[in-house]
Design a binder for this molecule. Structure first.
Ligand code: ADP
Length: 449
């Protein structure tokens, strides 16, 4: 069901409940108190009738005269004086036993059937008990009550219809911006990802929603572009060694009589095949780290010990590298050094960063320092190498991107994107500070919870 319909129905139901509660309240209290006056008049008549009929007094005749002359007779007024001792079957059968119970308790009793009212009381005279009951109708009060009932019922239906219309208009008005957003979002396709939603001034939820969509589109567009670049870069990187290999094979075939030329061509083919293998291995790592890592084991790892392992393995591959690990900022609580990680992947990510530091500093001293806070552990790798030009820093996490000052260094531009993927898989982040010709600091931040 559309939200507009839902809001309208909810609005109407809520209004109906509130209005019916209010009407019930008004009806109950009107019904309770509308006849209070009339009962009082009946009760006065009960007392006067008792005085005139039951008590012998010199003034009784005067009372009777006054009553007949000045006390207006009520519609359908009737008077019952019953000898309570002999009553038995004489009592008025229309009246319920609760009425007689009240009488017997000596208090004024009241009863009403539709528009017919009764008031009665028990009187004692000369050791005898009499019941005096006066009954009459109150056409005016009753008519007023009926009118009120009609007004309340009509008012109820009118208000429900009104609240339905108001609720519908209101929800329609409130949801118009949302409908506009849906309409605009539907127009955005892969071919026109540059389109953005119109963001109105103001900080209401609709503007925030449009802004959030625009931010998401920015990210999507960047991801799309990166992916497109990745594919063209990857094809280029794979095609170059293949073209060289094909050329060298043709050369070797033509030079069948020159073993030296053939040997040179084969050596070149071997080099390029190795290059291909390296690129493919890195690409495979990049693809695998892009998965959620569930297939690989996650374990508790002491990060300071892992750094030792990394130092040793880099030293093995590049014996000239100089790596020092600074443990001066280690925490008292050793537990803070233990993280739950995918050991192979995180080792690969950190090894890439440390190898780069050694490579791009021509084996000058590389410093690794480890630090912890309550929520995270950070590993900073600092070198005194060639640095990264400012214009290149923002791109070095893109696959196959290499900074402009790396012509003299071998590489494929896949190591850092792979490291970033792995660190992100661990909900961490990477920060870079670099100055060309001075050095680079790459800091990996890993959350410990
Ligand atoms: P590569 O195989 O080229 O080293 P990476 O993905 O590991 O690929 O790095 C991407 C680019 O980032 C490198 O080509 C280089 O320009 C730059 N880079 C990474 N680490 C450093 C560093 N420590 N010093 C200078 N430049 C670096």
């Amino acid at each position: 069901m559309e939200i507009t319909k839902k809001i309208t129905i909810l609005f109407a139901i809520l209004s109906a409940v509130i209005i019916s509660l209010l009407s019930g309240f008004v009806w109950y209290f009107s019904n309770e108190f509308a006849f209070e006056d009339f009962y009082k008049r009946l009760e006065a008549r009960v007392n006067i009738a008792a005085q005139i009929k039951l008590y012998e007094d010199d003034n009784n005749n005067v009372y009777a005269k006054m009553r007949n002359q000045y006390l207006e007779r009520l519609p359908s007024e009737r008077e019952f004086i019953i000898d309570a001792d002999k009553a038995g079957s004489n009592v008025n059968r229309e009246l319920p036993s609760s009425f007689y119970n009240r009488l017997n308790n000596g208090v004024m009793a009241r009863y009403r059937v539709e528009n017919h009212f009764y008031a009665g009381k028990l009187f004692k005279n000369n050791n005898k008990k009499y019941i005096v009951i006066i009954s009459a109708s109150d056409p005016f009060g009753f008519r007023e009550l009926k009118e009120l009932q009609k007004i309340l019922i009509i008012g109820f239906f009118l208000s429900v219809v009104l609240s339905f219309v108001v609720g519908w208009k209101f929800s329609d008005y409130m949801l118009t911006p949302l409908r506009n957003i849906i309409k605009s979002v539907k127009k955005i396709k892969a071919e026109n990802l540059h389109m953005r939603l119109e963001v109105k001034n103001g900080s209401d939820e609709m503007s925030q929603l449009a802004q959030t969509f625009n931010n998401m589109l920015n990210r999507l567009e960047t991801a799309f572009e990166t992916q497109n670049n990745f594919i063209s870069n990857a094809s280029h990187e794979l095609r170059t060694p293949l073209t060289i290999i094909i050329g060298e094979v043709e050369l070797a075939m033509k030079a069948s009589s020159d073993p030296q030329k053939q040997h040179l061509a084969l050596a070149k083919i071997k080099d390029e095949a190795e290059r291909l293998e390296n690129i493919l291995t890195s690409l495979l790592g990049l693809a695998q780290s892009g998965f959620n890592g569930k297939n690989q084991p996650w374990e508790e790892v002491r990060m300071d010990e892992l750094l030792w392992e990394i130092k040793q393995s880099v030293n093995q591959v590049h014996p000239e590298s100089k790596i020092e690990i600074d443990f001066s900022k280690l925490p008292q609580d050793e537990q803070l050094l233990t993280l739950r990680v995918n050991k192979n992947l995180i080792k690969l990510a950190l090894t890439n960063i440390v190898s780069n530091a050694c490579k791009y500093s021509d084996d000058k001293l590389v410093n690794i320092s480890i630090q912890t806070t309550v929520n995270a552990l950070s590993i900073a790798v600092t070198d005194q190498g060639i640095g990264i030009p400012q214009t290149d820093i923002q791109h070095i996490f893109e696959p196959f991107y290499r900074a402009s000052n790396t012509n003299d260094y071998k590489g494929y531009g896949v190591g850092l994107p792979l490291s970033l993927n792995i660190v992100r898989l661990h909900r961490g982040s990477i920060a870079i500070k670099s100055q060309e010709g001075v050095g680079t600091e790459i800091k990996v931040l890993l959350p410990n919870k």
